[in-house]
Structures are given as C-alpha cells and as structure tokens.
Design a protein around this ligand. Structure first.
Ligand code: PDD
Length: 283
C-alpha cells in the first residue's frame, strides 16, 4: 500500500513525490535530518528532535521552511493519514534547489520532505537476543554533532558488518569507540555505565540524553567519558541507543562475546524504563 508523504507543503502519494535534480541535498549532501519514533500513534521526544534539528540547521546557516509547531502538525498529520501506530517519521531539510555551485546559494528555498516507516519498535528480535557488532575505523568528517545526510560511511560500515555476519559496526578513533553507525555506544563495567561524553566527535543522541536521565533517576552510576575498544571487549555488558532501536543489547564485539554473550540486566532494565517513560510522555 502506498504511503502519503509530505513534500514542501503538499501531502501526496509516494509515487508522485518529486524533488529537483538540482536539489543541494542530492548534489552536495547539503541537508540535515531527524528520525522520530512513534509509539501508540504518538511521537516520542518530539521536542528533543525539534531542538536538535534547529541546532543542526543553525550550525549550517540553513533556514527552516516551517516553525516548530507547524512541524509538529505535519508529523501528526502524517501519522493520521498513514494510520501509523508504531514506527518512525523521517524528516529531511536541504538548503534547496540552485544551479550547481559549491558556495551556498543566496535566497534558495529550503526543501522539506517527510515520510513514515511502519515497523515494530518494541517487539524486535534484536531487543530480545541482542546484536553483534564489528569494529571499524571512524572515517567520517569531524562535525558528527550535526545530523547531516552524509551517510555513505555509515552505510559502508553496515555493509562491512553484514559481510562479516554481524548486525552493525562500532566506529573507533585512536583506540576509543566514538559511536555506532547510527546509534550511540555504551558499556557496563563493574556496575558502572559508560558512554562517550558529548563533543563534535559524536551525534548528541536524543535517546542517549533520556537514558542518561533515567539511569540517574534509578540511582545507577554513569560515567560520560571515552572508552577504548579493549575496555568494551572486557565489559560485562554493552548496548546501543537510538530513536529506532531504543536500548538494544550488544552481545558480541568482533566475534567475541560481551560478558556471558546474552543481553545483560542493565540494558534490559534501561530498555524497560525507557519504553515505559516514553509511552507515558509521547505526544
Ligand atoms: N540515527 N549516532 C548516530 C551516528 C546516529 O545516526 C544516531 C541516530 C544516533 C542516535 O541518536 P538518536 O538517539 O537521537 O536517534 C547516534 C538515526 C536513528 C538514523 O540515522 O536512522
């Protein structure tokens, strides 16, 4: 069944949706995006995603074609028109259409595209069984805090994982894990939860922020600091967080089991806390 998608002010069937070949998102990856999850037909942490989007746009001196409340209306309208109960909403804003030139064009109108993806988020095999990751060097650009659509290297990382019989890749820079190809990376050691501190080296995950808050509320000890690949391999538990995976256990790194090779209690507890809180707070 065809979806109803949103393109620059219009709702239309996906087959009819068009963007110009001169769009700078297409020619230069000159665009930013957000992925917001939907539970029970409601949006999870919309304000967090909207705030990060505003920051990404401002770092790139890009205008938004709509304000935050209109953005919320479009999200809700897409949920309604597509009867979405569980899944994601993808949003992309590019600098717009202009003849090809490296310099930012004057006065281009930004392109806004949004669509839904229906998929189970709660009841997933990966959440029950955990995922296996490989490590790869982090070869992305140095402004990973901006959520741009330059996703070729993460795609290559996912393919390398697939070829190795794994599910995903953790990226490593100077021996330290930065993050997963499309998620933030965490380990648990001696009862302490560790995830890399915020900087330009990683994306400031909206799920990460919520999980940090929930862990603190549950009196868990959390350290925001870099951890090495060796430390991750010796950890009791590991997990990833993102809008599409929530909290998902990592049970293997580079072919070696993490802990006893099964999802650990901390990851399971944080997943439960996250889902309960987000279900209650979704709008
Ligand atoms: N990815 N790090 C990277 C590199 C990411 O691409 C993502 C999200 C995250 C987690 O951020 P959040 O918790 O705000 O989803 C961390 C999305 C889900 C994607 O590209 O599909």
């Amino acid at each position: 069944m065809s979806r109803i998608v949103y393109v620059n002010g219009t709702y239309l069937p996906e087959e009819e949706a068009r963007v110009s070949i001169f769009d700078r998102g297409f020619l230069f990856a000159d665009g930013v995006y957000e992925v917001t999850s939907v539970l029970d037909g409601r949006l999870v942490d919309f304000d967090g995603h909207a705030a990060r989007l505003e920051r990404s746009l401002s770092e790139l001196e890009m205008d938004s074609p709509v304000g935050r409340s209109e953005l919320l209306d479009i999200h809700r309208e897409l949920v309604t028109r597509n009867g979405l109960t569980e899944g994601m909403i993808y949003l992309q804003i590019t600098r717009g259409t202009a003849d090809r030139d490296f310099a930012f064009p004057e006065g281009a109108t930004p392109t806004l595209v949004m669509f839904t993806q229906a998929t189970p988020l709660i009841d997933r095999p990966a959440a029950r069984n955990g995922i296996r990751v490989i490590s790869i060097p982090d070869m992305r650009w140095a402004r990973r805090d901006i959520k741009t659509v330059q996703l070729l290297y993460p795609s290559m990382g996912k393919m390398a994982a697939k070829k190795a019989g794994a599910d995903d890749a953790w990226m490593v820079e100077e021996d330290f894990v930065t993050e997963g190809t499309s998620n933030n990376a965490w380990i648990v050691r001696d009862g302490r939860i560790v995830t890399r501190h915020l900087s330009t080296e990683i994306l400031h995950g909206i799920t990460r922020a919520a999980v940090l808050r929930l862990a603190a509320e549950a009196q868990m000890v959390v350290e925001e600091r870099p951890f090495s690949l060796a430390e991750a391999r010796a950890a009791d538990e590991a997990f990833v967080t993102s809008a599409s995976t929530f909290v998902t256990p990592v049970v293997e790194i580079d072919g070696a089991p993490v802990g006893d090779g099964t999802p650990g209690p901390v990851a399971r507890r944080l997943r439960e806390l996250y889902i309960a809180e987000m279900r209650a707070a979704a709008i």
